[in-house]
Design a binder for this molecule. Sequence first.
Ligand code: G6Q
Length: 545
Amino acid sequence: MNAPQDLEPYFRDFLSHEAVGELAVLAKNLPDLTREDTLTPERIKRYRVSAEGFDLLYFGELVDDRILDGLQRLADQAGLVDQFLLMKQGAVANRIAGFDSENRQVLHTACRDLFSDRPLAPEASRAAKGELEKLSRFLKELADGAICNHRGEPFTDLLQIGIGGSDLGPRALYLALEAYRMPERRVHSVSNVDPDDMAQVLSTLDLSRTLVNVVSKSGTTLETLTNEELARAAFARAGLDPARHFLAVTGQGSPMDDPSRYLRSFYMFDSIGGRYSATSMVGLVMLGFALGLGPVLELLKGANGMDQAAEEPDIRRNPALLMALLGIWNRNFLGMETVAVLPYSQALSRFCAHLQQLDMESNGKSVNRRGEPLSCQSGPVVWGEPGTNGQHAFYQLIHQGTTLVPVEFIGFKECQRGLDLVIQGTTSQEKLLANLLAQSLALASGHRDENPNRSFPGNRPNLILLGQRLTPRAMGALLALYEAKVVFQGFAWNINSFDQEGVQLGKRLANRLLDHFAGRRDSDQYTGWEKDPLGRALLEATGLD
Ligand code: G6Q
């Protein structure tokens, strides 16, 4: 394959696309979903698109055919699918032209492009396959007892230590798929540098039968390295050799790339950003331990299937692209500042937290890909909790509050574990689904009542993502759907969705304060903070000096 084309011709301002002006005009005349001749049975059936086992129903969004045509023109003019393809082929998508930046390819899609003879980025897929084979051998050795503890017993637990992208995605996937874990295997996670978290988790484990998977792409993250040392100390206290229990997932050449300290070391690559890394070894070592290789391959197949579906240029046939454009419609044309993701599946309890990072760290930006101030709003605030719990908590504001909150509902026709009963005429799963569908209709259609306090304005935009059952394959597809959505939005806003400079300043200042703590521990005469009057004032004001 030829070297991938440069993305720079697509570094065009959002406002420069003709479709933006057209859509701004259309936004003055929105469909009224409270009218029976607008929100019709025909609309519900027609505003629907499917891919990789998911139906996206978008009758509840404030769009009509003219607006959808306008969004299609925006997608075409901004070259969203072309950019996505170039990214998948290895274009250097993580960069800011004319400024120092990470300057990297963005190839998380390559680590699941493993099932065809002609992967789009062959070198990256080959490297991913190599790591997967290493994992497969490791899992086999665990299963047949070639790898065991010093007493010859099998390992039953795995503790993952990592933070941010090295925690949120993997943890969300494990919880989503815990129903499929091998009965004798469990996974635990510690991310926070709060020592109580580590102490609590360690107190539940038989360390002699526990593997610890330390995950850090950079191999330098303060929280992760501190937690690794805490865990190593606990193993040493228990008379156990950490080199027989600790695994590493890190970047090649990182300070953690020292196989002599670990039972096994796995690699992730520069071209995979932390929040996009759940389908690399960052997530797969943990998932492979818990579920086995088969479900891991299913997860990758689902993700790969959705990555392919996202190449479709017609927005009415591409759920990821359509979701991106509906989000842009709500954000840039209707002025909505947040989006709530509400899964009607307890197994997705941490998926919202993963999406929060994926979306807000990717698209919470104020400069474009040339380093200039943005001319449009970028990513919204993303939040969410599983339904129906949320219905008994914050849905009041979504239905009747003064802030409009677009909603993305996620649900499944069947439950995961099959433990369900007919109670008062319906199963629990039916109750879950009836609530999901009812909320969607209620938000869209509203309800007029003589009592103003009991009136529902309606026209509150929402969509439904509906799958058959939350299987490993479905989870892979759902993950990739959201990754593609976020990437498409970043391309449309002309921002670099793959760096995270906004987290650096806080890290630097925390390190400076830690220098003060360490300096004072070493010497009563510590004077370092004289150069840091604000830090000193803060330590004094909080009584921590
Ligand atoms: C994600 C970010 C960030 C990162 C963590 C952990 O995209 O880059 O959340 O994943 O800071 O970094 P390490 O894996 O290097 O420890």
